[in-house]
Design a protein around this ligand. Sequence first.
Ligand code: SAH
Ligand code: SF4
Ligand code: F3S
Length: 469
Amino acid sequence: METKTTLISPAQKDEQLGYCQKIHAMWNSQGFTPKAYVETYGCQQNEADSEKLRGILIESGYAITDSAEGADVVVMNTCAIREHAEQRVFGNLGALTHTKRRHPGQKIFLCGCMAGQDHVVERIKKSYPHVDGVFSTHHLWQFPEILYRVLNQGKRVYYVQDEPGSIIEGLPQARDSKLKAWVSIMYGCNNFCTYCIVPYVRGRERSRASADILAECRSLIDAGVKDITLLGQNVNSYGKDLAENVDFSDLLRMISEIPGEFLIRFMTSHPRDAGKKLFDTMASSPKIAKQLHLPFQSGSSRVLKAMNRHYDREKYLEAVNYAKSRMPDLVLTSDVIVGFPGETEEEFEETISLIEQVRYDSLFTFIFSPRKGTPAASMDDPTPKEEKNRRFDRLCAVQNAISEEIHNSYIGKTMRCLVDGTDKDNLTARTEGGRLVRFCGDRSLVGSFRDITITGATTWSLTGTLKES
Ligand code: SAH
Ligand code: SF4
Ligand code: F3S
């Protein structure tokens, strides 16, 4: 698929940063520090985008707050993946009429994936007059200009034209954590799974140059970051659109060769092109976490074809078996959709049998939600809602039992974990596979890798004791 990526030039970026300075100067001259609140919905890609929104706001003189009440700027960074996600946003957006009434100077922005859909933009225009600005993911880099115009022009601003997609380097980013970092390696998606809205709202696949990614990782590691998650809707496609000859496995290897003590993980890997080279690379470096999120969506090859996933049950199982053979301690997670249009009881049972065969550590489970403009939204869907709910509950019960068994099998093992925070009187840590462990210890341990012996387990988390070194 041809991609027409627009590279945003340093001059264009500087122009945007110029708007930040103008806004900052305006607030300074009033002797006032305004407050800004960013609310994030959806996936890690949106979390990473929100860090950029906060970076821009800080650069413009705002202090970040954790509530819309009393904030001078509110940004809703939205998700369009399922109906329920959109309804929550519309509900919370409606409630902002009250915060704005109590604080009339408040400026409200809606961005993210919902802002990439025409029908959403129309609905905001018509029914949410308190929203001051709307911009889609393609226009996030222009947020300084959008904010400046809203503050100075007193009229509503829309930056929602559809585009194949752009790449910008060097936007300010206010990272949430000093220990863990998201690094987007690519944007967009070309896969057009028939149920999914993402390719319509995030544009075509485009990869960042490997030198830019490596430089970002190096500076994060120098700053003390210990856990880097590489982000993309389909990381296995990394590099296909670049002139340089580099694929995702090459990129992983290059990052793992940066000196220092850290772990790299990534999401999401599409089973269509997750192959031996990737798993061999993972197995070859202790710095690459033995954790794999490999969404299967359905255990039925017929349903997978209708979903346009480009692999079947056999090919999926082959990939998983190879990955497990190379990495016996691999922590495997996945996404699954129940009730895709036309899914029969037998096909649902194939999903259950795949779960029982693979034995995932945990699963993200979803009931099919029709998204306007996607092919699956107009497919025949005779299965009643109650039946889909029943399938969903059954699937969750099967998975919960497996998760609990796997967690119990950790008891007695000693695992190297990153101590990442505190929780009441306990410390929290993450295993290499991303499992949460609570244990007692001194706060000074936060930020270090430690060996922890697991002493207890529930479906969701582990408890342990520190192994004295
Ligand atoms: N790029 C990732 C997925 C991103 S969306 C991948 O291809 O694996 C995260 C998950 O949401 C998907 O894996 C899918 O399980 C679920 N999802 C996406 N669209 C959906 C829809 N219309 N209804 C229900 N679940 C959906
Ligand atoms: Fe959506 Fe499929 Fe792309 Fe994932 S790979 S974002 S499910 S279209
Ligand atoms: Fe949602 Fe957009 Fe992510 S639709 S799941 S926030 S890419």
